[in-house]
Design a protein around this ligand. Structure first.
Ligand code: UDP
Length: 324
């Protein structure tokens, strides 16, 4: 099988590339290195079944050529991280909407299968947990930059599902929940690598808000295995799937866990959202996926709990002082 991964030098993309190569596939990645890093795929460069292009999906002739050569396209290229979204909303909207349009348009010409990675952000601030794929989206006002990300991903989903409905181009939509593991950087706001890096550097660990908000952290290895299986499941075509873990933890508990594992002496500091992000920032209190649909479709079950994941992240960031 020939695979194309857009955003393949990113955290999730690089793990997916590794998995598909180990599975015997031919993998080409395209990444503009805006948030991805060539270091993430350095170890794959010697594999003759791996090819990489440092370029943008906005280079349409190239994207068309790469899509042509693939049996399955994993579209991961996107603006990521709450920090980036708040600071660069124009880039977020343009990358997420126009970039996806280009990939889908060229995939449709040759009816290539596309696995579109969306985000749990599309549930917005719904309090109806656990979130099921058919649930309502609940967004805040357009004056709050955060919701531009959720809306842009929702448009991507609409577009992908429309290509399936109208043109019978096979698509699968995967809504990724908080995904963590080795190689993730805290540079774009992600809480797990940030806390671990802060603890390794002697603190303080910065908890935003009251720390009572919760998340479910999934191991990247489980998530990419889910993506691989969704790509080969005929039953999955034309559907949306939550991908993640349902083990819930508050951010305060997470901070305490990281502190006890890395350095019990570090201080935990509470920072109001207004200071951490921007005036009027809206956060989700709980974000928990219902994994019933993906479990039924491909037998998906997460294999690592939060303690095991944290141990792997701590090991990774201890060995790579520049990362995080
Ligand atoms: N967070 C935090 N301290 C940090 C970074 C993030 O308390 O240094 C919080 C953030 O406000 C959110 C949670 O951790 O409530 C998860 O944040 P992340 O950006 O990792 O993911 P998302 O908000 O997309 O779930």
């Amino acid at each position: 099988m020939n695979y194309l991964i857009t955003g393949g030098a990113g955290f999730v993309g690089s793990h997916l590339a590794e998995l598909l190569l180990a599975d015997g596939g031919n993998v080409t990645i395209i990444d503009d290195l805006s948030t991805g890093s060539i270091e993430n795929v350095e170890h794959l460069k010697t594999n003759p079944r791996f090819a990489y292009r440092v370029d943008t999906i906005f280079n349409e002739p190239l994207t068309a050529e790469l899509v042509d050569g693939a049996d399955v396209v994993f579209h991961l290229a996107a603006a990521v991280g709450v920090t980036l979204i708040v600071e660069s909303p124009v880039r977020t909207i343009e990358t997420n909407i126009s970039g996806t349009e280009i990939v889908l348009k060229h995939a449709a010409k040759k009816k290539r299968k596309v696995v579109l990675t969306s985000s749990s952000e599309v549930y917005g601030k719904s309090s109806h947990v656990p979130f099921k794929e058919e649930d309502d989206m609940v967004f805040g006002p357009t004056t709050r930059a955060r919701w531009s990300y959720a809306c842009s991903k929702a448009i991507d989903e609409f577009l992908a599902l429309s290509y399936w409905k109208e043109k019978r181009m096979p698509v699968v939509v995967a809504r990724l929940f908080n995904t963590v593991g080795p190689r993730q950087t805290g540079r774009y706001g992600m809480v797990v690598p940030r806390f671990v890096r802060q603890a390794l550097d002697g603190g303080p660990i910065t908890v935003f808000g009251d720390g009572k908000q919760s998340r479910c952290f999934a191991y990247v290895g489980d998530v990419v295995e889910g993506l691989r299986k969704l790509a080969v499941s005929d039953q999955a075509v034309g559907s949306v799937f939550n991908v993640g873990s349902s083990e819930e933890i508050t951010i305060q508990e997470l901070a305490e866990k990281v502190r006890s594992k890395v350095n019990p002496k570090v201080r935990i500091e509470y920072i109001p959202y207004d200071k951490a992000y921007e005036e009027g920032f809206e956060d989700m209190r709980r974000r928990v996926p219902d994994l019933g649909r993906i479990a039924a479709a491909i037998g998906y079950t997460p294999t690592k709990n939060i303690d095991q994941i944290l141990d792997l992240v701590i090991q990774d960031l201890s060995r790579n002082p520049r990362r995080g």
